[in-house]
Design a protein around this ligand. Structure first.
Ligand SMILES: *[C@@H]1O[C@H](CO)[C@@H](O)[C@H](O)[C@H]1NC(C)=O
Length: 219
């Protein structure tokens, strides 16, 4: 994620007229965070382009993004913790720069983590050394670590690590045993997490146009 500046008055006006039945809060206008139908949601954009993010029934959300710089959002829990997560839905952004990932943060240390289920035309591990592999729900994930220097974070502009599991065979729908990933990150890469902050089943777009409809629940 990148920064918290956003022209959200303009977007709010557009979104409200598109569907006057839902309130701003229900539609997750932001950048912002909140609780919807018992799920935490977080929605963030660096402000370039437009994002029409809508919270739906249960743990679902639906989003369309157009010519964004960078945006990421979805539903899940806050705080996160090791748990089995299931999700389904539609994500069809294979030709553009986008991720579908179980995504979250910890503090002390400040870490941004991704369990990537599908990605588009950019593999987030490109050029990075593989630290190991994890088997989960019938698939193999590769482990990576990257470093972000003076980048936006949940604690403002900071320098922090990103931990990654990237599924070798992309998929949309299944279960993720996050405990396995957290344990193997530590065991195979000495990648340690801190105190739990939020954890969401996220869609992310980078310099792209795309859409998704995702539902998440505790498996
Ligand atoms: C997920 O599956 C349930 C049960 O089949 C279905 O009702 C729901 O619409 C699906 N969610 C999405 C986002 O496709």
């Amino acid at each position: 994620m990148v920064s918290f500046t956003f022209l959200f008055t303009a977007l709010a006006a557009t979104v409200v007229s598109a569907n006057p039945i839902q309130t701003l809060t229900e539609r997750g206008i932001s950048p912002g965070t909140g609780t919807h139908n018992g799920f935490y949601y977080s929605y963030w954009t660096e402000g370039v382009g437009s994002v029409d993010y809508n919270n739906g029934p249960r743990g679902s959300y639906k989003v369309k993004w157009t010519n964004v710089g960078n945006w990421v959002g979805g539903k899940g829990w806050n705080p996160g913790r090791p748990r089995k997560v299931a999700y389904n839905g539609t994500w069809n952004n294979y030709e553009v720069n986008s991720y579908l990932a179980l995504y979250g943060w910890t503090t002390n240390p400040l870490v941004e983590y991704y369990i990537v289920e599908a990605y588009g035309n950019y593999n987030p591990s490109a050029g990075t050394e593989k630290l190991g592999t994890i088997e989960d729900d019938g698939g193999i994930y590769d482990i990576y670590k990257t470093r972000r220097v003076n980048k936006p974070s949940i604690q403002g502009t900071s320098t922090f690590d990103q931990y990654w599991s990237v599924r070798q065979v992309k998929r949309v729908g299944g279960t993720i045993d996050t405990q396995k990933h957290f344990d193997e990150w530590k065991k195979q890469g000495n990648l340690r997490l801190g105190s739990w902050n939020y954890m969401i089943m996220a869609s992310e777009g980078y310099k792209s146009t795309g859409s998704s409809e995702i539902e998440v629940w505790a498996a």
